[in-house]
Design a protein around this ligand. Sequence first.
Ligand SMILES: *Cc1c(COP(=O)(O)O)cnc(C)c1O
Length: 419
Amino acid sequence: MHSSFSDNDSLSVFRDRFFIPNGNGKEKIYFLGNSLGLQPKTARNHMESVLESWHQFGVEGFFEGENPWMDYHQGLAELMAPIAGAYPEEIAVMNALTVNLHLMLQSFYNPDNKRRKILCEAGAFPSDQYLMESQVRLRGLNPAEIIIEVSPREGEDTIREEDILEAIHQNKDEIALVLWGGVNYYTGQVFNIKKITEAAHNAGAVAGFDLAHAAGNIELKLHEWDVDFACWCNYKYLNSGPGAVATAFIHKKFHHQSVNRLAGWWGYRKDQRFLMKKGFVPGPSADGWHISTPPVLLFACLKASLEIFYEAGMDSIYRKGSAMSTYLIQLLQKIQSETGSDIFRILTPVDEHAKGCQVSLLFKHSGRLVFDHIISEGIFADWREPDVIRVAPVPLYNKFEEIDKFSQVLTDTLEKIKA
Ligand SMILES: *Cc1c(COP(=O)(O)O)cnc(C)c1O
């Protein structure tokens, strides 16, 4: 073990708060917290407590019991705020990620004759591409003319920051919205949200972010950075289970009635919601974007995970996450230099500020073979067509020894392929 951090891993106690998948009585190595985070052991208790309230109180569960459903989301917003770098009133826990991005574009993508373009990263997650296309079409516009993609330069794997800022500047008279990711799902590249937001604002555009791979992974200061809106799912680094309820951040400056939105009764100002009056009056916070009755059973899973984040503290989480991916990259570079093999290339930037937990390896050939071998050794990683293996050791439940083990398995596999 070569990482000085590992001798001093204050987060190691948190591993026991999660169920670690196992086979034949042996714990597997789960490096897929970037895809579906593991189950907190308290998730079941929290769900049972909601079921118990329903059992005991019926509809009165909205007001009775340990955690009345009426205010349940409030507690979640408070726990989520430090993860987002936001005020609790800027957080709405609702719906699912793609759905929330659609809702945000309804409010914040307002093309006019002059300013109508959307600037985004080339190779954005498919759901993001489809949602932009459909939002553009809904306004009677042509996606091919409206959506501007910024790509890596020829022969490079990741997008240069200067190219993003330059593209925003060049299109400054035409862009209505910059919609960017926090961390690219394929390469693991972290983008500079603060600078992209600044550039978008200087160009007169709205700055919105998809933080699916960023929330719970990298440090966020959404309020301070003046981000207009951001959305993320809670089932990746935030461990709240398949189909988990998602989160939207909406900056305070928009918490007023004149911002249009797709409305529903649950977004109505809370003190008068049940007067059932004609004419929508939104609540004066991100809650004003809620539409429907909240999914309290799903809230329960999220609460279990957020309580662990709160207890562990975001600083320690980011520090360990960064130390883990740095250590993993060091071992990979060592494998490359010792074996002289150029069979794989590390796509993820090495720079500490440009990566989170995930490291992506691009294979020249035999990638699928290597991947299958890794899996057969009890390691969870994932395969992205056509040739990438993604690996994400996460701070709350992974150990540095697991990175050693991964490196050993990879070395053995490469030996075998060579033989
Ligand atoms: C995981 C992910 C999604 C998934 O969207 P859902 O609506 O939760 O299915 C969308 N965008 C990005 C960037 C993702 O990484």
